[in-house]
Design a protein around this ligand. Structure first.
Ligand code: HOZ
Length: 423
């Protein structure tokens, strides 16, 4: 029964474009309507009709500790009692910046913003100012938020809704965005050869998680590091999803690659709207008011969001990421085995506490191969899983998330439900 959700959605459609405040959650492409959520706790979310679901979306990544973690909730409550925004510095900003800088050695200074989109757009502006160049290399199917320069052949909602570009973005803006397929180092080399002194930065999700989960081939990120060094461009790691998820120190810690700038979002805010960008001091010192690169925000660094981020990262420091990865891996392998016994063409890539499902025989290494996945099979799977109480991302161009709260029973129930799906 989804009666109340459907009623709310009908009302929302009159008031909010498409009835939602972010496109993918509309569930349009999986022939479904969104669930309206009433509450969430641990790995469970409950909709307004009172249905419980095991949640593998986790607000698209932030809730790695599970929903309503007692320490995070307590920190938010304590902060709220002292006022939610001052528009002036507070101690928690310094503590969060210090925690981020100590977790990622490449981040010597960080600036707090309110979302991943703000983080990437500011990092790009900074990279352009620092190098005094304009062009940007981005990868097809990677998603870096919704700022103009990144909306060429992007992943996430644009991939899900098959929108290659967006009206309202001036052609001149995206003409400075050069595109290459993910994992294709030769294509990037060619771009550098063609524009040797014009590329300010290469931005990449070190583990692409907005076209489904696509892992970097060995040597790909190392190659980007070498090419950017060779041509005097910056390497920006978009760790909005992988930051504090791929490892406490992000994808860069486990892959041992040092980007010049890193962008954060999601986990860094512990479920409140926070993003950040950071990197080498020499570059970050160009941000206003220390330097001339302008970036600002009324709610940036507000005590409420900082408290949530701080409580989350503090708790994560002592969490066993390896064991979570092993449990996620076992789950993904068992899911794969179930699909195989059903004779389905399928790939279930996984790393850290992330996984995704592509119904295709082709190994998925880039957006083109991700697009070979059968969307009808995905829709069938999504709908029947949801009907059994399993909440998955409503698109094969998104990534499944696991939290430290998911229990063995949650995995077992999910696998039993997968077994029952009729294709
Ligand atoms: N772009 C995010 C997913 N990669 C958010 C989607 C949503 O909240 O609807």
């Amino acid at each position: 029964m989804e009666t109340k959700s459907h009623e709310l959605f009908a009302k929302a459609c009159q008031l909010i474009p498409g009835g939602v405040n972010s496109p993918v959650r509309a569930c349009k492409n999986v022939d479904s309507k969104p669930l309206f959520i009433q509450k969430a706790s641990g790995a469970t979310i409950t909709d307004v009709d009172g249905n419980d679901y095991i949640d593998f979306v986790l607000s698209w990544g932030p809730m790695i500790l599970g929903h309503a973690h007692p320490k995070v909730t307590a920190a938010i409550q304590a902060a709220a009692a002292n006022g939610t925004s001052y528009g002036a510095p507070c101690e928690a900003e310094v503590e969060l910046a210090s925690l981020v800088c100590s977790a990622l050695p490449t981040v010597e200074m960080a600036r707090m913003v309110n979302s991943g989109t703000e983080a990437t757009m500011s990092a790009l502006r900074l990279g352009r100012a620092y190098t005094k160049r304009n062009k940007l290399v981005k990868f097809i199917g990677c998603y870096h938020g919704h700022a103009d320069p990144f909306l060429a052949q992007a992943g996430s909602g644009l991939a899900t809704l098959a929108i290659p570009g967006t009206p309202g973005v001036p052609a001149e803006v995206v003409s400075a965005t050069l595109l290459a397929p993910y994992n294709d180092l030769d294509a990037v080399r060619e771009l550098f050869k063609k524009h040797p002194n014009e590329i300010a930065a290469v931005i990449v999700e070190p583990m692409a998680a907005n076209m489904g989960l696509v892992l970097p081939k060995e040597g790909f990120l190392e190659g980007l590091r070498a090419l950017t060094h060779e041509y005097g461009a910056l390497l920006i790691f978009d760790e909005v999803i992988t930051g504090f998820r791929a490892a406490f120190g992000g994808a860069q810690a486990r892959l041992k690659i040092d980007p010049d700038l890193t962008t954060f979002g999601k986990i860094i805010g512990g479920g409140l709207p926070v993003g950040a960008f950071g990197g080498k001091k020499e570059i970050m010192e160009q941000v206003a008011p220390q330097g001339a690169v302008y970036q600002a925000g009324t709610l940036s660094g507000n005590p409420l969001a900082m408290a949530a981020g701080l409580a989350t990262l503090t708790e994560l420091k002592s969490k066993d990421y390896d064991s979570l990865e092993k449990r996620t891996q076992n789950f993904a392998q068992e899911l794969l085995a179930i699909f195989k016994t059903k004779g389905l063409p399928v790939q279930v890539p996984t790393i850290a506490s992330m996984f995704s499902i592509f119904f295709t025989d082709e190994p998925v290494v880039d957006f083109k191969s991700a697009q070979t996945a059968d969307q009808k099979l995905f829709t069938t799977f999504y709908k029947q899983m949801r009907a059994q109480g399993i909440y998955l991302a409503p698109s094969s161009f998104e990534t499944g998330m696991v939290s430290f709260c998911h229990t063995d029973e949650d995995f077992e129930k999910t696998l039993a439900c997968a077994q029952k799906v009729q294709f």
